[in-house]
Design a protein around this ligand. Structure first.
Ligand SMILES: NC(=O)c1ccc[n+]([C@@H]2O[C@H](COP(=O)([O-])OP(=O)(O)OC[C@H]3O[C@@H](n4cnc5c(N)ncnc54)[C@H](O)[C@@H]3O)[C@@H](O)[C@H]2O)c1
Length: 412
């Protein structure tokens, strides 16, 4: 399907009069949001540059794993609640516009602030004054106010709100209906309209000012990233002392409420946690010492594991098998997955590196688990997919930082 075809079709099908437009609606944050609003009866204009994902949705397929979404997508298509568009001129001129596009950091780990501004500039000729504009991407502190000022300078009168997304990837449908929604706006009208909008899908509303809401989102992600770093550092300390951290952790948590939230060690990765910790660090003039330390620990864990293997084995004569390439368990998303850091580093050290994943569909190098196990001399459990828990790893030595595997020959 070409861009023009999609645009024309969708203009005919009423894109300009949808109840709600979601720009970035075919992305990881966009899809659960689109489907949650559609399930409440709203007609949603799913506006996205990614034509492949739009075509998948249109045909009733999810472009990636989103638990609980399939039935909602079928129902929304059946009830004609979705309109698919892929150009800025096809956004609806009435009704709120929610923007859920990616907000990356650059090669200096500083936020690419122009991404959201460029997107808004592309939309501006096609929106009407008075429309509610909800920013939902994770934003560098101060961005919402910068955008409101930018719009005023251009004499545009949009109501600007920032309502951050806080779902955990893959489980957005369930979480959106269960979690409080933080709302903020640059005017009381923006707050009121954003509140009315999110009351449709959220059980509770919590109001903050825009900069407070921006911090709330970033602090939440950075805190999680620091928690993973703390447990990863404990793991490394215990390992250096030759003791089993999993045994210690399980004893610490046993009927002891103050330790119950300590996470298991593991490769903390994905498109948000490090990126958002670095946004906060950039805001704090790189003086976010805990955040920077967390990055060194979490990003360094694969290097520790590889260093340990190099001390024990002659890797140059060995084949290493990597189990799991998604950035976390039970999903298919490889963005910023540390499995690929393993692959990259080991490619320069081992005789051969083989990879497998039961969920990932976009990596042509992946092999079936059995083949990876059979051909490898050593295995590394990179992603704790539950299927690996009791898999037959044929007694091959395996590194399991996560403490997931049962009956395996775990290298300690
Ligand atoms: N992935 C998560 O679980 C999660 C959770 C909370 C918050 N966030 C934040 O939400 C934002 C989006 O993350 P994501 O994981 O959904 O990213 P994503 O890349 O999966 O989705 C973004 C979508 O926006 C589309 N897009 C980009 N520019 C566009 C434009 N100008 N017009 C129309 N569409 C455009 C892309 O094609 C893509 O489909 C980021 O700020 C992220 O930090 C993500």
């Amino acid at each position: 399907m070409t861009v023009t075809e999609l645009s024309k079709t969708d203009r005919r099908s009423g894109a300009h009069t949808a109840d709600l437009t979601i720009v970035g609606g075919a992305g990881h944050v966009g899809i659960p949001l689109v489907l949650s609003f559609a399930a409440k009866g709203l007609t949603v204009n799913v506006n996205d540059l990614n034509r492949t994902n739009l075509a998948a949705l249109k045909s009733g397929r999810l472009p990636f794993i989103e638990y609980g979404a399939e039935d909602l997508l079928s129902a929304a298509l059946r009830d004609h609640k979705l309109i698919f568009t892929n150009t800025p001129d096809a956004i609806s001129k009435t009704g709120p516009i929610i923007v859920t596009i990616g907000t990356p950091v650059d090669e200096f780990l500083n936020p690419e602030r122009h991404v959201v501004l460029n997107c808004l500039d592309s939309l501006l000729p096609y929106v009407s004054d008075g429309q509610l504009l909800v920013l939902r991407s994770t934003l560098y502190p101060g961005t919402t106010d910068v955008i409101a000022t930018h719009l005023k300078r251009q004499k545009r009168d949009l109501k600007v709100a920032f309502c951050p997304e806080r779902i955990v990837q893959g489980y957005g449908i369930e979480e959106l209906s269960r979690m409080p929604q933080i709302i903020s706006g640059t005017t009381p009208e923006a707050v009121r309209e954003a509140t009315d909008l999110f009351r449709i899908i959220a059980p509770e509303i919590v109001e903050l000012s825009p900069i407070e809401a921006e911090f709330a989102k970033l602090f939440g992600n950075a805190y999680r990233y620091i928690e993973f770093a703390a447990t990863n550092q404990f793991y490394l300390i215990a390992q250096a002392a030759g003791v089993d951290y999993q045994r210690i952790l399980s004893a610490m948590k046993h009927n002891y409420p103050r330790a119950k939230n300590i996470p298991k060690p593991g490769y903390a990765a994905g498109p948000c946690l490090m990126k958002d910790t670095m946004q906060l660090s950039a805001f704090a003039r790189n003086e976010f010492s805990l955040g920077n330390a967390a990055m060194l620990i979490n990003e360094g864990l694969p290097l520790h594991v590889i260093g340990d293997l190099r001390r024990r084995y002659d890797l140059g004569k060995m084949t290493v098998g990597l189990l799991g390439m998604a950035f976390k368990s039970e999903i298919d998303d490889v963005r910023a997955s540390l499995s690929y850091k393993f692959k990259k580093v080991l490619n320069g050290l081992a005789r051969e590196v083989l990879t497998t994943d039961p969920f990932v569909t976009i990596d042509p190098d992946l092999l079936p688990l059995d083949e990876v196990v059979a051909r490898s001399d050593i295995l590394i459990l990179c992603t704790p997919h539950l299927g690996y828990k009791s898999a037959d790893l044929k007694g091959k030595p395996v590194v399991d930082v996560w403490g997931l595997l049962e009956n395996a020959n775990v290298i300690s």
